[in-house]
Ligand binder design. Sequence first.
Ligand SMILES: Nc1ncnc2c1ncn2[C@@H]1O[C@H](COP(=O)(O)OP(=O)(O)OP(=O)(O)O)[C@@H](O)[C@H]1O
Ligand SMILES: [Mg+2]
Length: 511
Amino acid sequence: MEDFRITKQLQASNAGGKKNWPDDDEALLELSADGITSRPENFWCLKDAFEGVQILGATGSGKSSGSGRALAKAFIESNLGGLVLTAKNDEVLTWKRYAKEAGRETELLIVGPDSPHRFNFLRYELKRPGTGAGHTENLVNLFCSVLEAAERKQGQGGGQDAYWQRTLKQLLRNAIDLAVLSLDDIDLPSLYRIITSAPRSPDEALNSEWQESSACFALLEVAKSKVEQTDRKSDLELTRDFWLREFPSLAPETRSVIVSTFTSMADCFLRGMLRKLFCTDLNFTPEDTFNGKIIILNLPVKEFNELGQFAQVLFKFVWQRAVERRISADMRREDAQAAVRPVFLWADESQFFVNSYDALFQSTARSSRACTVYLTQNLPSYFSAFGGQNSRSDAESFLGNLQTKIFHANGDPTTNNWAADSIGKTRQAQFYGGLSEALARGGAMNQNAGGSMVVEFVVQPQEFTMLRTGGPESKFLVDSIIFQGGRRWVALKKGEPAAQNYIRHVFSQQT
Ligand SMILES: Nc1ncnc2c1ncn2[C@@H]1O[C@H](COP(=O)(O)OP(=O)(O)OP(=O)(O)O)[C@@H](O)[C@H]1O
Ligand SMILES: [Mg+2]
């Protein structure tokens, strides 16, 4: 009964509802406004938001209460749907306040330990509409996105080892296939039992004692009798071959690493809060945000540690996939603008949630009408989040996908140099002049003056150390320097408008 309701709801939700959101080129914010002249060149619109935002600034620099607040309020007032990931305990209260101010409290869907909301992710993957529903590969990728976060936590480095990744995927794929072939269903306990009862050597696979006690073997037998006369016979042969030959022949260390990687993650979802939220019923889905709901995952990482992180990374991945599916390839952009509600993905302290799928998601975000806003302190926090040998280049290429960068005060030289570098250098005239010492000693006056052209940063790295950070001492004003790839802004220089590739904006913490 419930599944029927959910299926109906999913089918209905691909439309965004009646249009009550701005056009793509209407201003959400007007940057560097002087309150006198409105400059369309400095409008920051939905089309900019679709290209992604990264906010960077030291602790207490005004990210959350300055630029973050301005963007969040603009999204809520514009009736966007959204997904909010949380790291700190007070974030849910902040979002409640924003929603209340915009009269949208009833559209908040707050998922937390005491809420009645349930998202059985495996059931959702099997029942959801659209091609690819229930396909093994989606589930494999879903698990891998969570495992990527789990691995980093354990300091194993961001899954750089291709062989290891491939073997883990193979394990998941075969466990899922066996569950489907034998039980016509997938649940986490079954996958867990299959994986933990698999043979650990080729001899064990032939051992009758093992065969009698192993859930893996029992399900292989059930599947055999089920698929006898069907076109899935060859699938089963592959699966059988994996469990009885390939898996037991893996090097014991490889096998134990991949099995324990899976079980340590699955363990979290098999008990307590995560089991209740993610492995029982299904009464909300990512598609709810397409109708204007704002889902807040109130499982802050600072309180729930890796449980909060796994749960949020998992839901984020499922949500991103749903967003990518929602617009058919043949839909014209004008039609999408009128019919498909924009949605946002919000992650303050984004270093906890970022993973390799984000870059892929961002590359199609414009057509799927999704606005990602990530806030973090500095670049090194992303380097350690990505982990592994290529962490720096992975982080930088990820950042390249979020086009609008809002820089607040920062003491981190890596971030400040990178920010100055992104804005670039110009040839600037440097002048000097003076009187030589000869005059002081009573000699002839020797005056010199001159100039030379030097290549200098347009914005010096140390400027980022001096931006105002809000609070009473800076009259609740937060300075920022904003850079957006390929964008020209207009700022007043010596009273004259001049085009430049960055813009300064002061955010108020109060209005
Ligand atoms: N609503 C507010 N009104 C006035 N001052 C505030 C408000 N919220 C925060 N502040 C102050 O403004 C400064 C910036 O705070 P904010 O929380 O925005 O920083 P942040 O960059 O998000 O830091 P963190 O990385 O620690 O989250 C801090 O000094 C803080 O005490
Ligand atoms: Mg903050």
